[in-house]
Design a protein around this ligand. Sequence first.
Ligand code: CMP
Length: 136
Amino acid sequence: VSERTLVLIKPDGVARGLVGDVIGRIERKGLTIVAMDLRTLDADTAKAHYAEHSSKPFFDSLVEFITSGPLVAMVVEGPRAIEAFRGLAGLTDPVKAAPGTIRGDHALEIGENIVHGSDAPESASREIKIFFPDRF
Ligand code: CMP
């Protein structure tokens, strides 16, 4: 009954020194990190990852931001891992995200919201294949 989700600590989270905080929350929750890599995305990978947002007005800035520096990509596993991590992350808009969540504690801007987590099993398997094609 285990599930996998793709988690990104975005360039703002890495630049602000929040890698340890985010990893600590994942571990304390009881989820397991089964793959992890620090890397800077190229534009093609970023566009593939965010394909569902390609028609949105913020798509270009989203791609620019996510490629702007190193990020940490992880595959996180556990019971209902997708929902569990989204609970840790808080709402997409950090102003609305509850205090006690990653975004609620650390961010104010929707475009710079520290972390990404897959939103459904189909997107999780699609995103995991983009980031770790030969491991899962
Ligand atoms: P994420 O979970 O990575 O998935 C899509 C991202 O688009 C989202 O987090 C936000 O960071 C970003 N996003 C959503 N809405 C906006 C917006 N209105 N302006 C800029 N970025 C946005």
